[in-house]
Write a protein that binds this ligand. Structure first.
Ligand code: SF4
Length: 404
């Protein structure tokens, strides 16, 4: 099989793994080509084949497992291909030199067994680093069930490692991916957490969770994320809306991926990581799922209207962050500007505040944006619903390396 044909198959097979966005690594380049530091890496290809800038491929789409939700599962009748380590190096270096990419995301189906597959990943990345002196960003997927020694070897070669949790609970994993278990994921995450330094997985670890393939609530999903952030200092949990590509009686009968739900989970995840929210602030057993019509922060604020409206000129930084439409940057701008003048609604717009959401929850120099009779849940809620612009499920499209 020609290399180009393999690339088409294995780049296409890799697109379902969402766990490869990356933050910059600070690992320096002392010799060779490429540099992981300041690379500003993202993770997609445009439809004309132009890379935006990680090469995201599988080593092979052959797999001995039969995870129900996966295109590459062994029971699917699809075209299979396998790269040799040298082929991956050749493509990576070639694409890098052409300025298509700044780095590599490498994952793989399982061939023979977990250790054998990990050894192939290690061999490939070792060649890239040591023979081709490639110092660019590399994110690899750790193969669940592989020996700790192999995790250690791989972690010393890459910038970021991800062990994919795949599904929110052990029971779901047992149901849809019976060859995997959460202990295997936890073991890798724990090892990376305990050994991370400037040489071992310097950009930290991430994971991917598929949303909507099983019956868990948003509460269960977010509790799992909160636990992983807390226990293993994960950089990111990636939520991947379940894409209905296989027929199986164990899978839900969805026609389209639950993209809006995925979007709400990302918004809530952001609140956990940067805004000091806890899952218990956002969801509980009585309300275990996010309001699909209103973003989680606005939903929280609506439930706590007794805390609002807040005076912009006196609210603390933490209080400003709780206001829908105010982010970290705008909160900092407000704090520094109000030392010099009284802030008005007009000033807020210039500071990056999303006024169409924030205006319901604030007062500026004693003034509400409208008649204060309008400060009531019904009015605010209906206006927020009208203004919500999150993605709708009819626009779903995967990026492809070789479209057209
Ligand atoms: S291990 Fe499961 S999810 Fe991964 S490639 Fe194989 S079948 Fe797909």
């Amino acid at each position: 099989m020609q290399l180009k044909e393999k690339l088409i198959i294995l780049a296409d097979s890799a697109k379902y793994d969402a766990s490869c966005s990356s933050s910059g690594s600070m690992r320096k380049n002392n010799k060779g080509i490429g540099n992981a530091a300041f690379s500003g890496i993202c993770h997609s290809f445009a439809s004309d084949g132009r890379c935006i800038s990680l090469l995201k491929i599988l080593m092979t789409n052959c797999c001995i497992y039969d995870c129900k939700y996966c295109l590459n599962r062994k029971s699917n009748n699809i075209k299979r291909a396998t790269f040799t380590p040298e082929e991956i190096c050749a493509i990576t270096i070639n694409f890098y030199k052409r300025n298509y990419i700044e780095g590599l995301f490498l994952s793989s189906g399982i061939i023979k067994n977990a250790n054998y597959t990990m050894e192939l990943l290690i061999k490939t990345i070792s060649l890239l680093r040591n023979k081709y002196h490639f110092n660019g960003y590399i994110h690899a997927k750790a193969i669940l069930g592989a020996d700790q020694m192999l995790v250690k070897k791989l972690g010393l070669l890459v910038d970021r490692l991800s062990a994919n949790i795949e599904l929110p609970t052990s029971d779901s994993l047992k149901l849809l991916a019976p060859n995997k278990n959460q202990n295997q994921v936890n073991d890798i995450m724990q090892y990376v957490h305990d050994h991370k330094d400037e040489k071992f997985v310097p950009s930290g670890q991430s994971t991917q969770m598929i949303i909507g393939a099983t019956a868990e609530s948003d509460l269960q999903i977010m509790q799992q994320s909160e636990k992983m952030y807390h226990n293993y200092s994960l950089k990111r949990v990636f939520y991947s809306a379940y894409i209905p590509i296989n027929n199986d009686k164990l899978l839900p009968a969805l026609k389209l991926p639950p993209l809006k739900r995925e979007h709400r989970l990302y918004q809530a995840d952001w609140l956990l990581r940067f805004y000091n929210f806890k899952v218990s602030d956002l969801l509980d057993l009585e309300n275990p799922n996010f309001n699909i019509l209103i973003d989680p922060k606005a939903n929280w604020a609506l439930k706590h209207l007794e805390l609002f409206p807040k005076e912009i000129n006196t609210a603390s930084y933490h209080e400003l962050l709780q206001i829908p439409g105010i982010g970290e940057k705008s909160a900092k701008r407000i704090i520094s500007s109000r030392k010099h003048f009284k802030i008005t609604f007009k000033d807020l717009k210039l500071m990056g505040v999303v006024l169409k959401r924030a205006k319901y929850f604030i007062i500026c120099d004693g003034k509400y944006f409208a008649n204060t009779n309008l400060f009531n849940k019904r009015f605010i809620e209906s206006n927020l619903i009208l203004e919500d612009k999150s993605p709708n499920t009819h626009n779903y499209q995967q990026l492809s390396l070789f479209n057209g």
